[in-house]
Write a protein that binds this ligand. Structure first.
Ligand code: ATP
Ligand code: LTN
Length: 338
């Protein structure tokens, strides 16, 4: 309940515990979650069921799931205010995805940009799960009747298909799902690679210099920004079309320093790329260092983290089950009275 007695709107988001998170994941998603948690009833998941659509080492996946939970909390997600849980702990996700599959067309899934990209990248493992990924994501969101879903720019298409599936179900049966809105921030929704600044920064990039990881130490951070690809002119000016490298660094700097891009441009007016890149490295390292120590502290407290995730799974299950029971009734699944 809000102070004015109105029910809070519902927010849902998730990140896959695959690989090490980059500052793109942080700026595009998690940083905004922290800002939004005061105003919404929030559900934040570790999407391990999505992660296995590409091959994962089991022990690593389990470890990364806990590390991701600790990272959410270290970034400021408050488990007292939000429901934080592991996707596979709530069986309703897979169950709703099955029903939604029957309202989704193969052609639609084949056209998804991420499916095409990941199929090209993992040509030896184009599995059904990879293709069905957006339907599972729709199930995640619709189970909780989410009003808003804060994600980075690359997830926009998945949100569109989620809305289509929700409307389709509501029309075929009767109003059941809230049709969610994507929340894509103006700054930080697409952080690009430091080596190929027209491509998104990705946690699965093979070149370690292309991405800054949330776990990188100060030396690595400063070094990666120093080596970031820029153009040959030397003005620190925001112009994504002609100066993608510098513009990407200005976005990173302004997001971490809490300044507007214009302010950042003024600050580096007349200074060369060397000074600018060093300043970006410092501001990012200063921001990440307390998050890293906090994550380490939380991970060492196994009992605490387990308690948070057990309570989160239970709360999530209760909300999800309510929606799933409604869905099963509407599609005509028989259930014995006793
Ligand atoms: P992968 O590269 O392994 O496919 P990913 O880095 O895209 O993974 P996800 O778990 O798919 O990571 O995404 C988690 C969240 O981070 C999503 O909301 C996504 O939109 C956001 N995100 C990912 N990369 C960026 C980026 N470069 N800039 C801004 N947001 C991003
Ligand atoms: N596919 C998302 C992760 C994700 C997600 C979700 C995001 C899984 N389920 C539900 C928002 C809502 C990604 O960011 N790659």
């Amino acid at each position: 309940m809000q102070e004015n007695g109105q029910k809070k709107k519902i927010l849902y988001s998730a990140v896959q515990p695959s690989g090490d998170l980059t500052i793109g994941n942080y700026l595009g998603a998690i940083k905004n979650w922290v800002e939004l948690q005061e105003d919404y009833e929030c559900f934040y998941a570790m999407a391990d069921m999505h992660a296995i659509t590409v091959r994962q080492d089991p022990a690593t996946l389990r470890r990364k799931t806990l590390e991701l939970a600790a990272l959410y909390i270290a970034c400021g997600v408050d488990p007292e205010k939000c429901t934080l849980y592991v996707q596979s702990n709530v069986s309703c996700h897979a169950e709703l995805a099955w029903v939604l599959n029957t309202l989704t067309y193969v052609g639609e899934m084949e056209r998804m940009t991420q499916f095409k990209d990941k199929s090209a990248k993992h040509a030896d493992n184009i599995n059904m799960g990879l293709m069905d990924y957006p339907v599972l994501m729709a199930a995640d969101i619709l189970l909780y009747q989410a009003d808003v879903v804060p994600v980075g720019f690359d997830q926009r298409q998945h949100l569109e298909i989620t809305r289509d599936i929700a409307v389709r179900f509501n029309n075929r049966y009767s109003p059941t799902f809230t049709v969610p809105e994507a929340v894509i921030m103006k700054v930080g929704a697409k952080i690009n690679s430091l080596q190929e600044p027209t491509k998104k920064m990705s946690k699965s990039d093979e070149n370690p210099n292309a991405s800054v990881y949330m776990s990188d130490d100060r030396d690595a951070i400063v070094r990666k920004f120093r080596r970031a690809v820029t153009d040959s002119d030397s003005a620190v000016r925001f112009d994504p079309e002609n100066k993608p490298g510098v513009s990407n660094l200005l976005t990173v700097y302004s997001a971490f320093a809490g300044k507007s891009v214009e302010e950042a441009e003024r600050e580096f007016d007349g200074k060369g790329y060397g000074d600018f890149k060093a300043a970006v490295g410092e501001v990012v390292a200063d921001a990440l260092s307390p998050i890293q120590s906090e994550q380490k502290r939380i991970l060492a407290d196994k009992g605490y983290l387990e308690g948070v995730l057990a309570a989160g799974a239970e709360r999530a299950y209760r909300a999800a089950r309510r929606t799933l029971s409604k869905v099963y009734r509407k599609v005509g699944f028989y259930r014995p009275e006793k």
